[in-house]
Design a protein around this ligand. Structure first.
Ligand code: GDP
Length: 219
């Protein structure tokens, strides 16, 4: 098992030269600012305060690398699409993140974090398209599920998958993408934590992710 409490911030990257190059596998977390990314990370590892919120000054310009149990990195990308950041800031986000995402053999999984209450933004869809184009494995975490009733959560879950599926189907000639890896998550109730952990462990062990909520199981 991976001891998630054994987690340390080891690299704060502001440019390409700051990225770790030790070949340990990396699990990356991305989402728009305020989506609940730091809450998700803190809940996942069971240690409040490990990841810092997008509101922390400087956070939009840094990638944080956490070494977990000396085995792998959890990588906290800066939140994107923050209304208050300048265009220059957005460009910098893009440059740093692009430098990280391209030319990265260690990246095993991107957890794309979406607020279950909202449709994916253009930035979210761009990121997903980018991951699809490069064949980078990703899982969707639909946060703040405690803020809606079970039936609304189920409806939004399906709608979000449909919107992403529609984008991918129109971009590609092939069949619909594999969208089974969408996990409803709540930092408040802990919903989805076991499934997300299982997905991460499966990726680290090179196994197919099991027990994911599938479209068939949505109701
Ligand atoms: P970040 O900017 O993406 O890191 O977002 P934060 O983790 O700082 O969360 C933004 C706000 O949403 C904070 O006020 C959190 O308390 C709240 N929040 C995050 N996740 C959840 C959740 O699962 N349930 C509820 N009810 N609130 C959440």
């Amino acid at each position: 098992m991976l001891d998630l409490r054994d987690i340390h911030l080891t690299h704060v990257a502001r440019s390409r030269g700051d990225f770790p190059r030790d070949g340990r596998p990396q699990i990356c977390f991305a989402g728009r600012s305020n989506v609940g990314k730091s809450s998700l990370l803190n809940t996942l590892v069971g240690r409040p305060g490990v990841a810092r919120t997008s509101k922390t000054p400087g956070r939009t310009r840094e990638i944080h690398f956490f070494l977990v149990a000396d085995r792998c990195y959890f990588v906290d990308l800066p939140g994107y699409g923050y209304a208050r950041v300048s265009r220059q800031m957005r460009r910098r986000w893009g440059n740093l993140v692009e430098a990280y995402l391209s030319d990265n053999d260690s990246l095993r999984l991107m957890v794309v974090i979406l607020d279950i209450r909202h449709d994916p933004s253009e930035d979210d869809l761009d990121l997903i398209a980018w991951l699809e184009d490069r064949g980078i494995a990703y899982a969707l975490a639909l946060t703040k599920s405690d803020k809606v009733s079970g039936s609304v959560a189920a409806r939004q879950h399906r709608r979000i998958l449909d919107l992403i599926g529609a984008q991918e189907a129109s971009r590609k000639q092939g069949g619909p993408p594999d969208l089974r890896r969408a996990i409803r998550f709540s930092a408040k109730t802990g919903e989805g934590r076991p499934e997300l952990l299982q997905t991460i462990l499966a990726v680290l062990h090179g196994l197919p992710a099991m027990g994911q909520p599938t479209l068939e199981r949505l109701s």
